[in-house]
Ligand binder design. Structure first.
Ligand code: GCO
Ligand code: MG
Length: 418
């Protein structure tokens, strides 16, 4: 027996593990999703989410044209080496398209490893640190009354943590407010919808919203809010300070974070906990934020952060600095990402919270999964791998539908951050 064979007997021989096919599946069951499916010679399949909202086909092309040809013939068991090949081996590194494509490969390979070893993914990561992951749902309303009523609905459903977004008087289409009844899907149109933003109106309004929510729903429920990159650092500092009496679980993405140092200023002025990072793709996007303890929660999740292999490094680095995870979990991340994220959440020692925006029934049908919700928590299942599959026949019935995210302008027409 060669050394190679001896080391890997529990997951078959090198020949069994050889990748013989990799397929990119684009489907639109209520919204667009890109999925990578990898198949080994022994017939084990794994899937990974590769969805980048509004830029789906860019990732599909990156995968088809540049990744898949490099996968065929590779050993599916060499997850780390494959990650390094696509990241370190590439001259053009990082960025959302590349890191989403790498994530899809990585998650599909972890899924395969789970199936080959007959272990749920959390077990491969080191076993459970908790049974279920605390999640937060989305209460969105066109005004304070409606938003408070929505918070009430989530409380009744058993949620312990709720993100609250409300329409702002004088702003026609504020972030987070939907025309749809049960979901918020910002990518509504083929070309970006132009929205108008007013910082002064928003800053006046938000403390009133949270004062009312605390009055209506008490102090126990965790409340969160997403600023969605609209403020300058000093404005974010002001908002954080004015929200202190309502003790939010977090204030999210209060300012764009290309300049990580801008959080030094916010941090100086407020003790409202800060969350950031759903648009980050690697440790390098948040290294300064984390090592200087400028944030409390890191939101970069599996699908946009290079997969489990890289996000695990990010989470370990965050743990050294007292930063906890709070993964992005909007509906534009597929159930395949949610499945992997929930196994990660079950294991990661410095877990904080998991976002949970429920998918449409059509999405759930195309991606059968074994995770479930109970008493404000999501529980990953016990099936081998990450527990999410794709029904390819059904997926084929929902062709891609081009949609882009909106843009924002100030009232004088100046382009702003959406
Ligand atoms: C969140 C996000 C989403 C994003 C969407 C963009 O916190 O859930 O900010 O609402 O806007 O995921 O693709
Ligand atoms: Mg957000």
């Amino acid at each position: 027996m060669t050394t190679e064979a001896a080391i890997h007997t529990s997951v078959g021989t090198h020949r069994d593990r050889e990748i013989v096919a990799a397929e990119v599946i684009v489907t639109c069951p209520a919204r667009n999703f890109v999925t990578l499916k990898i198949v080994t010679r022994s017939g084990v399949t794994g899937i990974g989410d590769a969805t980048l909202n509004g830029r789906e086909l860019a990732v599909a092309s990156y995968l088809k044209d540049h990744v898949v040809p490099n996968l065929i013939g590779r050993d599916a068991g060499r997850i780390e080496d494959t990650w390094q090949f696509f990241y370190r081996g590439a001259y053009w590194r990082r960025g959302p398209v590349t890191m989403t494509a790498i994530a899809a490969v990585d998650v599909a390979l972890w899924d395969i490893l789970g199936k080959m070893t007959k272990q749920p993914l959390y077990q491969l990561l080191g076993g459970r640190s908790r049974e279920g992951a605390l999640v937060y749902g989305h209460a969105n309303g066109k005004d304070i009354d409606e938003c408070s009523a929505e918070v009430g609905k989530y409380v009744a459903l058993g949620y312990k943590a709720i993100r609250a977004q409300s329409g702002v008087p004088g702003i026609k289409k504020a972030y987070g407010i939907s025309n749809l009844k049960n979901a918020y899907e910002p990518a509504e149109s083929e070309l970006p919808l132009e929205t108008v933003w007013s910082t002064s109106k928003y800053l006046e309004f938000v403390p009133k919203l949270f004062e009312r929510l605390r009055n209506d729903h008490g102090d126990e429920i965790e409340l969160l809010h997403d600023v969605h990159h609209r403020l300058t650092p000093i404005e974010a500092a002001r908002l954080g300070k004015s929200l202190e009496p309502f003790h939010l679980f977090w204030m999210e993405d209060s300012t764009p974070a290309e300049n990580q140092r801008s959080f030094e200023l916010i941090r100086k002025h407020t003790v409202t906990p800060l969350a950031v990072g759903e648009v980050f793709n690697s440790i390098w996007d948040c290294k300064h934020l984390i090592e200087n303890q400028l944030i409390d929660y890191i939101r970069t999740t599996i699908v946009h952060g290079g997969g489990i292999t890289h996000v695990r490094r990010l989470a370990d680095f965050a743990a050294l600095h007292g930063v906890r995870t709070g993964f992005h979990g909007a509906t534009d991340l597929s159930p395949a990402c949610m499945g992997a994220a929930l196994h990660f959440d079950a294991w990661v020692p410095n877990f904080g919270i998991q976002e949970y925006m429920r998918h449409a029934p059509e999405t759930d049908e195309v991606f059968p999964h074994d995770y479930s919700f109970k008493d404000g928590r999501l529980f990953c299942g016990e099936s081998p791998g990450h527990g999410v599959t794709i029904d390819e026949k059904l997926a084929a019935k929902y062709p891609y539908s081009p949609k882009q995210l909106p843009v924002a302008r100030l009232e004088d027409g100046t382009m702003w951050d959406w």
